[in-house]
Design a binder for this molecule. Sequence first.
Ligand SMILES: NC(=O)c1ccc[n+]([C@@H]2O[C@H](COP(=O)([O-])OP(=O)(O)OC[C@H]3O[C@@H](n4cnc5c(N)ncnc54)[C@H](OP(=O)(O)O)[C@@H]3O)[C@@H](O)[C@H]2O)c1
Length: 303
Amino acid sequence: MDTLLDRTVIPGYTRIGYGLRSRSWPSDDPAPGSLAGKTAVVTGARSGLGKATAAGLARLGAAVHLVVRDASRAADTLAELQRDIPDATFVVDECDISDLDAVRRYAAGLTGPIHALVHNAGVMPARRTESPQGHELTLATHVLGPLLLTELLRPNLTDGRVILITSGGMYTQPLPADPEYRDEPYRGATAYARSKRIQVAVTPLLAADLAPTFVATTHPGWSETPGLTDSLPGFTKLTKPFLRTPEEGADTTVWLAATQPAPPTGKFWHDRRTRPTHYLKRTQESPEALDAIWTYCRRAAGI
Ligand SMILES: NC(=O)c1ccc[n+]([C@@H]2O[C@H](COP(=O)([O-])OP(=O)(O)OC[C@H]3O[C@@H](n4cnc5c(N)ncnc54)[C@H](OP(=O)(O)O)[C@@H]3O)[C@@H](O)[C@H]2O)c1
């Protein structure tokens, strides 16, 4: 049933898939208080899945850094989280993850062990947009900023878990030969899916590089969030009754951050299970293409 839901995509990514799969999970839930005394950093935590992830980690006892682009716009988020989880500690940090200079400044100010670093910030711009360093924005936000932040926090993460939030949309795209999307007419959804494909493809390499630090990518299915509504209004309207809540979409992220013992590193997850990274032959990458994108992204990130 689980595999059938995954391969047929639509039921699996919706609340139907979540509802059916989650029946077998209670014994697998992280223990209450399992993150007590630990610190988590969640990017894009002002809304949607990031906010739900922050709440889930805080409920397990973690002190959570909410990484947002504009702290003044995060005041309502902070107030809601503090109201819902009064005993928790939240810190609002400003950092534009697509801006490599901002990432460097941010990382320099973080001290102490970090148990969970969740790269959740996401964008799907309608037009080709560049980051302050001149990188295409989805690449900068989903890949370059997260790689750099992870690298700079390496000493803080020795016992930690790094989790990248990708999208099932990555199944439609191979690794791009033109990662900055300069050579053909721009399509935001394609750029988004390509950058999400890169996240999944480089995860085993990042895991090997960071070991023993745990690394995972996960895709949340389809969840009703401001990001989904703004980027894909027609899709959201059509699928609204079937969309997951942000909490359901964030479940596997929280589980990956907290479950004991740590799951195997370097894998791609959805609904608490590892999943295939390809369904289409045309999206398979060669070892040379993977090596080229890994090298390009690390250099572009300034690593
Ligand atoms: N919802 C879904 O069904 C779905 C499906 C597949 C994958 N995802 C992925 O899940 C993640 C969360 O998406 P969501 O649906 O929760 O969307 P969302 O509500 O729009 O949340 C995305 C968050 O990312 C932040 N962000 C964007 N660019 C940033 C940057 N450069 N630096 C720091 N923060 C930045 C946004 O901050 P501001 O508040 O400043 O705008 C926003 O809070 C994304 O990576 C998305 O690709 C979502």
